[in-house]
Design a protein around this ligand. Structure first.
Ligand code: ADP
Ligand code: MG
Length: 699
């Protein structure tokens, strides 16, 4: 093949050793072009570079040995399996190499020949190396792809062997590497100390050592992340340019009175978040900000502050919660903050009768309602505002661009604030939520007592009840959380086994275990009125023990509740457990979270360990991401993140941060990517986001 004019997009069938059949097999792996060959990355590597003397071999491990073939035997076992055995010796000891169902090997192995073999060493009646890959030592000495080096192992289907793939990639690299043209500008390579593209591609497959491998990986991931971040930077820039926002004035009296009335000082995180919000709302561009703050970090008061600001400027505000229970609670809390300032707050939720709803909608239309509290449905329903200035979306873990689009359709262009208690590292949030700005409230208000968390198994139930009784005796209240409402609600014929249902537990606790106390019940199938009554009674301490489902997951705030028992804790997700636990530890009392669980899977055990091991929401979110993977964690397609092929957004976060910094610097300096040294990046960007032009507004 002529080296000169080779391009990355030539089909694989032009490569040596690839006929029509191979070409088809490769295409099933997604390998269609030379570029695909170069970037078909190994799944893992085997260190076959070190030869172990036979005497020092460790049973059970993959190792490489070099020895002389002393005997070769070939036979058929009673089971029909064909077995070829070769005794090898290297002067320190001897070992039997064993192959199954490869009778032809008996002819290719010669007595007196030296071979290098790599495989798992086992001890049956004698020391064996089982099904090893091997090569004549003479060949291996000349440089082998399969032995005597760090060897790549690819994700393959049965039709293609590792040896074939290695040979193909090796050959492509040796004869076509000129096709690899450096896209990264020289200044960037120097500044970030990256290896060049040819070294990277060669070393990601056939590294000379682990250090080269590491450098190759870093370079390839950096490039991938840089292109992603360039797309984000460009999109952000184009959005910022397009919209004009509702510029708010700062320093008014209403906001000052709001602050003055607060019974506490803001934490640093709250102060910073408020400063960010004020900067956004007073600018000429619409705010599009995410506030990340752990459970209990005090996001509601930050929201109230922003609402006051918009009302002071003559606008209306809306705050949306994911559940009715939470919307109702927000309504109560916000009314306490805002009503005394003359701000008219209204609740728009299910369970409000049609006449009242109509009246409220009328007041929203004519502007006499200043702040509307409701569920997420509020913006989708036909609510017309007179002058909507600010929309706050609470506890929204998976925000897409959709909400904003809905608002726009209705002719609004308000400032948007999203609050989430599923904190993820900032760079990741900025990446995943693409067009949002992010403020992080890292700390909890002072004086919070840490919640002690215990994971216990079913056989400790009696002790657990005893403990809860003691706490109730001291005047505390408790939550008991169950995964189901009633047992039959679990699907199908399969019985729900040991899974606890709120209705059963409620009966048992009320009539038996906690018969001396008041036991209440809360679940999603109760009417809004009933739910309200139960929550109000719990707040007023008319209920000591509240049996519930995850309806209490978010936002509920009852400081005297200091104990939580979670039934079948293995059935809950990690961030769900963290949210649940966030319901306690809100007052001045020692708080306890007890997780009853007999987990059956490794994943469940990992979750329980993680939740037991830390109170830090950021660490929990990271563990959750790690256990479930980003697809599950963020919800597929909910976010603007395109598929990531090489890097790992959690493990490679450091590289992501660098790439982000560089990408934003590039776009700030060269917004159209017209400078000559950015030309190939621009091309790469176009190619990568061909199908997603919304991500790459490049001129
Ligand atoms: P979350 O961030 O989970 O929504 P909340 O807004 O419900 O948290 O706040 C939890 C509790 O902390 C509330 O009772 C609230 O009044 C209180 N709180 C908020 N900010 C502070 C502060 N700076 N100092 C003391 N308590 C605070
Ligand atoms: Mg909240």
């Amino acid at each position: 093949m002529q080296e000169k004019n080779i391009r990355l997009n030539i089909p694989v069938r032009y490569l040596k050793g690839v006929g029509p059949k191979r070409s088809e097999q490769l295409s099933r792996l997604g390998v269609g072009t030379l570029e695909d060959v170069f970037y078909y990355l190994p799944l893992r590597y085997e260190d076959r570079s070190r030869l172990t003397p036979i005497r020092e071999l460790k049973v059970g491990e993959l190792q490489a040995v070099r020895g002389e073939v002393v005997t070769v035997s070939s036979r058929r076992a009673k089971t029909g399996t064909h077995i070829v055995q070769a005794a090898l010796t290297d002067g320190t000891g001897s070992i039997h190499a064993v192959w199954f169902n490869q009778p032809y090997l008996a002819d290719s192995l010669k007595r007196g020949q030296e071979i290098v073999a790599y495989g798992r060493v086992e001890l049956y009646d004698k020391l064996q190396i089982v099904q090893p890959e091997y090569e004549a030592a003479e060949e291996a000495d000349k440089g082998s792809l399969h032995i005597g080096r760090i060897v790549p192992v690819y994700p393959l289907t049965a039709e293609l062997t590792q040896r074939y793939m290695r040979a193909l990639i090796y050959q492509a690299i040796s004869s076509c590497q000129k096709a690899l043209i450096e896209r990264l500008p020289t200044y960037l390579i120097a500044r970030e100390k990256l290896v060049d593209v040819r070294f990277a591609v060669r070393s990601i497959h056939f590294p000379a050592n682990f250090e080269s491998l590491e450098k190759a990986y870093r370079r390839i991931v950096f490039e991938e992340f840089l292109i992603l971040q360039l797309a984000l930077a460009l999109r952000k820039r184009s959005m910022k340019d397009r919209d004009t926002g509702l510029t708010h004035g700062l320093g008014g009296e209403l906001v000052a009175s709001f602050r003055k009335a607060l019974p506490f000082e803001f934490t640093d995180g709250q102060r910073n978040a408020i400063a960010d919000i004020e900067r956004d709302m007073s600018s000429a561009k619409p705010m599009n900000r995410l506030i990340e703050g752990d459970v209990g970090s005090g996001k509601t008061v930050v929201a109230a502050h922003a609402l006051t600001l918009t009302v002071e400027n003559g606008f209306q505000g809306a705050i949306m919660a994911p559940t009715e229970v939470l919307a109702r609670q927000h309504f109560i809390v916000l009314s306490e903050f805002l009503m005394p300032l003359g701000i008219n707050v209204a609740l728009l939720a299910g369970g409000i009768d049609a006449a009242a709803k109509e009246r409220i909608c009328g007041e929203i239309r004519d502007g006499s309602v200043h702040v509307v509290v409701g569920t997420h449905a509020v913006i989708e329903e036909a609510v017309a505002f007179r002058k909507l200035g600010l929309v706050i979306i609470d506890e929204q873990h998976k925000f897409g661009v959709t909400q904003r689009a809905v608002l726009k359709q209705k002719g609004y262009n308000p400032h948007v604030l999203i609050m989430t208690a599923t904190p993820i590292p900032r760079t990741l949030a900025l990446t995943v939520y693409g067009d949002l700005d992010v403020s992080v409230i890292r700390e909890l208000p002072k004086g919070r007592k840490p919640v002690s968390t215990y994971w216990v198994e079913e056989d400790k139930r009696r002790e657990v009840y005893g403990f809860i009784k003691e706490e109730l005796g001291k005047g505390r209240q408790a939550y008991v959380v169950c995964p189901l409402i009633e047992r039959s609600s679990e699907s199908g014929v399969r019985s729900s086994g040991g899974t606890k249902a709120a209705l059963d537990i409620f009966e048992k606790l009320k009539n038996d275990v906690f018969a001396d106390f008041n036991v209440g019940l809360l679940h999603g199938r109760m009417s809004s009125k009933e739910k309200d009554k139960v929550m109000a009674d719990f707040k007023k301490r008319k209920i000591d023990v509240l049996v519930s489902t995850v309806v209490i997951e978010v936002g509920i705030d009852v400081p005297n509740a200091a104990v939580m028992l979670v039934e079948n804790a293995e059935r809950f997700g990690l961030s769900q457990l963290h949210q649940l636990r966030g319901r306690i530890g809100r007052g001045e009392h020692e708080s306890y979270c007890i997780l009853l669980a007999d987990p059956k899977t490794d994943e469940a055990r990992k979750r329980l360990k993680a939740i037991e091991g830390t109170l830090d929401g950021f660490q929990i979110a990271e563990a959750d991401l790690d256990i479930r993977g980003p697809g599950e964690f963020f919800g597929t397609r909910q976010h603007g993140l395109p598929e990531i092929r090489f890097g790992n957004i959690i493990k490679d976060l450091g590289i992501m941060e660098l790439a982000r910094k560089e990408a934003f610097a590039i776009v700030a300096k060269d917004p159209e990517l017209n400078e000559e040294h950015h030309r190939l990046l621009k091309e790469a960007l176009r190619e990568r986001f061909r199908d997603r032009m919304d991500l790459a507004h490049v001129g």
